[in-house]
Design a binder for this molecule. Structure first.
Ligand SMILES: [Zn+2]
Length: 746
């Protein structure tokens, strides 16, 4: 069939003159008899991709679709176009169903929409036996995957159904498949050399940004600034508690908004949603419970107050901005410590087999005569914890190993009940009087030890959840265009940089982008690298092996008093606090830059560790004179030494370099400071370091602080010695600078 015939049919049946990308390619792939998987966003015109082939192929197209409402809309629309389409589902009367079945076996239909559960009905498979099926289309195909969020067992049996129909061409469609879900769809449907299309996910009117923040105060300031600038939008919080805290602060500043989270009553939630959707309120502070039906077109910003658990969630929630096509702004606030919140969620969503068994035992122990347990989740959580502690779990029963106790919280109990329900061991029911749910055993005689729990599947799901969180961190710390990164993550080929995210904006000023670092900046980089090396295993003269992760290393560089550092004695390392004067944010950004520019590498795996690379070793050892890497911007402001002058001083440094590590340009001043120190020490009969250490002199020589306040940023200047000696050193610095500037002018 040639292109003109396809376009003619497109125009005749659907009234379109042309395809939207990638519709045409998908249609041609299906018509050529190839199995096809198309991943297109909602609203991207998926249904046309199987409806048009249905019209061009002889025989019937079976469309498997999960939602009755969706089916009905599509069938109505097709019938209105004069196309022979019908649906079969449980909402229809017996007579209606019989009529459709009769048309099906007569071959009087072009398209038949069915729910996946339908393949369990013999009347249906019998009717299909007489029909010619030319195409088997699966909509919302992510439901097939055991990793998809709407796990439906009947979807997983579609592979068999396909075989029983004589294996017609198979086409699957979804809007949300990540690479692993995609693999799963291809496998479950046993697709043969399929064509895979991923397209249309770019949101050209959205600017994606990540802002690293040092604490809650900075977060709050960002939210206020964004809300003030963009007016209408959503701030997504990871937890109810965080949403409530933020709301309180916003009211303190007089910023109007609504709050929305899962612990509010349905009436409260409805009222809040309506106020926002109806345009009475412009700002929503919400958890991810705020999602269904949020299609207000003029949302101008979406801010993520904490890290999300996956890139998919981030993109979906941020994608609520700019539905009207107007420019809109998305920002995720990045604080590494927020990772803990998501780890807690992963823990709660992935109970171990032991834990699930203990929950089952707790339910069973607390059932009434009708095999129903009405215990609230919190009480069940306590019972479960007791069972885990005092035995009865499967590990103990099998090998006597004690089960892990952690995670015995309400969330894990809910997850465990959900898993037991999906496996057919229990049923959940409403207890209207208590606004709560109870649990009913479906096989009361089954002892807990006989539960058949898919342990490897559970472990695999946990591993995937952890990997998703790591992907969010990779995204956040990446120095690649945000939109491009996300589109590549979803599998689109060669997306273009967006030109409007924070990374693109930074690199759009190429002159400013990566100028060579000044000598004092290089010194700070070398200090950071020595900190990384110090926290590695030394494996040779120029080789270090990774030992710690990013978090601990950055904390040590910044001199953090975090218990993780102090309790393990890391604060006694010589490099502890080596960049203290710059603050935690600087250290974190500098570390990212070291990774981005190949001075430090990060290992793969569950607990990524950092190690200095060969290039990093060269820089650390001072073998590299010019270095072009991104340097955290804040510090540039502090620089007191103009580059020109630095160069001049460096040229004329005939004197011997002091034994300590001082960049060339600072050496002359260092020598004078050192002389002054010796003078003072001799007079007072004390060792020189009691006046100031070499590190302090180095700091003074490199930074040339103008006053005592900025001098105090140099680590190692204590209150006592600053009072006694600092002014004389500052005088020297001032005189030296004036002298040099005068010389420079001549
Ligand atoms: Zn970009």
């Amino acid at each position: 069939m040639d292109d003109s015939q396809i376009l003619e049919a497109l125009s005749r049946h659907f009234g379109h003159a042309s395809f939207r990308r990638p519709q045409g390619d998908v249609v041609k792939s299906i018509l050529s008899g190839r199995d096809t998987l198309a991943i297109m966003p909602t609203g991207g015109g998926k249904s046309l991709c199987y409806q048009l082939p249905a019209m061009l192929l002889d025989g019937i197209t079976i469309v498997v679709s999960p939602l009755i409402a969706l089916m009905k809309d599509q069938v109505d629309a097709l019938c209105a176009k004069g196309i022979d389409a019908a649906m079969l589902n449980s909402s229809q009367s017996w007579a209606e169903q019989s009529e459709v079945l009769a048309r099906l076996s007569r071959g009087g239909l072009k398209l038949a929409y069915v729910a996946p559960e339908r393949f369990r009905a013999q009347s249906f498979t019998r009717a299909l036996r007489g029909a010619k099926i030319s195409l088997f289309a699966v909509d919302e195909a992510h439901c097939i995957s055991q990793w998809g969020h709407d796990f439906r067992p009947d979807y997983m049996r579609l592979g068999e159904a396909l075989e029983s129909l004589g294996r017609p061409t198979c086409a699957a469609f979804t809007a949300t498949a990540t690479p692993d879900v995609r693999e799963d769809i291809l496998r479950q449907l046993c697709m043969r050399e399929p064509s895979v299309f991923v397209s249309g996910f770019a949101r050209k009117n959205l600017s994606f940004n990540v802002r690293e923040v040092s604490g809650k105060a900075e977060k709050f300031a960002r939210v206020c600034a964004i809300a003030d600038k963009y007016k209408t939008g959503i701030v997504y919080c990871a937890t109810r508690k965080s949403a409530e805290e933020l709301s309180k602060k916003l009211w303190g500043e007089g910023v109007r908004h609504i709050v929305y989270h899962g612990a509010m009553t349905p009436a409260e939630r409805d009222a809040a949603q309506e106020a926002f959707m109806g345009g009475c309120e412009q700002i929503a502070v919400a958890t991810n419970a705020f999602g269904m039906g949020i299609d207000r077109p003029d949302i101008r910003f979406v801010c993520h107050y904490e890290l999300t658990g996956s890139v998919e969630a981030l993109y979906q929630e941020a994608g609520r901005a700019g539905r009207d096509g107007a420019e809109s702004y998305c920002e995720m606030l990045l604080m590494y410590a927020d990772k803990r919140v998501q780890e807690f969620f992963i823990e709660g969503a992935n109970p171990s087999a032991d834990f699930i068994e203990a929950v089952y035992r707790a339910v069973r122990d607390n059932c009434d005569n009708a095999n129903e347990c009405a215990m609230p989740i919190d009480a069940l959580a306590e019972e479960t914890a007791d069972i885990m502690r005092f035995g009865g779990g499967r590990r103990r029963a099998r090998g006597g190993k004690f089960a892990r106790l952690s995670g015995a919280n309400a969330m894990a109990v809910s997850s465990a009940l959900g898993i037991l329900r999906r496996l057919g061991y229990v049923e959940r029911f409403d207890i209207p009087s208590r606004r709560a749910r109870g649990t009913r055993l479906l096989d009361p005689d089954l002892p807990p030890s006989r539960l058949d729990l898919p342990e490897s599947l559970l472990a695999e799901k946990r591993r995937r959840d952890e990997a998703k969180l790591r992907d969010v961190l990779r995204y956040a710390y990446s120095k690649q265009c945000r939109q491009k990164w996300i589109l590549e993550y979803f599998g689109e080929d060669c997306p273009e940089p967006c030109g409007k995210c924070d990374v693109c904006m930074l690199s759009s000023a190429p002159a400013e982008r990566q100028p060579p670092l000044s000598p004092d900046e290089i010194l700070e980089v070398r200090k950071a690298l020595s900190g990384v090396a110090r926290m590695s295993h030394r494996a040779g003269a120029r080789q270090w092996l990774p030992r710690f992760g990013r978090d601990k290393i950055v904390k040590c560089l910044a001199g953090s008093r975090d218990a993780k550092i102090t309790s393990s004695g890391l604060d006694s390392l010589s490099t502890y606090g080596i960049l203290k004067g710059h603050g935690a944010k600087f250290c974190s950004e500098l570390f990212s830059s070291l990774v981005d520019f190949g001075l430090v590498s990060i290992t793969d795996g569950e607990y990524p560790l950092a190690a200095i690379t060969d290039f990093g070793v060269s820089v650390m050892l001072g073998e590299v004179s010019e270095l072009r890497i991104a340097y955290p911007r804040e510090i540039s402001k502090l620089k007191k030494v103009p580059a020109l002058q630095a160069k001049k001083s460096a040229k004329k440094s005939p004197r011997e370099k002091p034994e300590t590590d001082v960049p060339d340009f600072a050496a002359p001043l260092y020598a004078e400071l050192s002389a002054l120190r010796s003078q003072i020490a001799a007079k007072a009969h004390i060792p020189v370091y009691r006046v100031f250490t070499n590190a302090v002199l180095r700091g003074l020589a490199v930074r040339r602080p103008a006053d005592a306040e900025s001098a105090m940023e140099i680590s190692g200047i204590g209150k006592i010695n600053s009072k006694k000696y600092l002014n004389r050193f500052l005088d020297l610095v001032r005189n030296f600078t004036i002298r040099n500037e005068t010389e420079g002018k001549i």
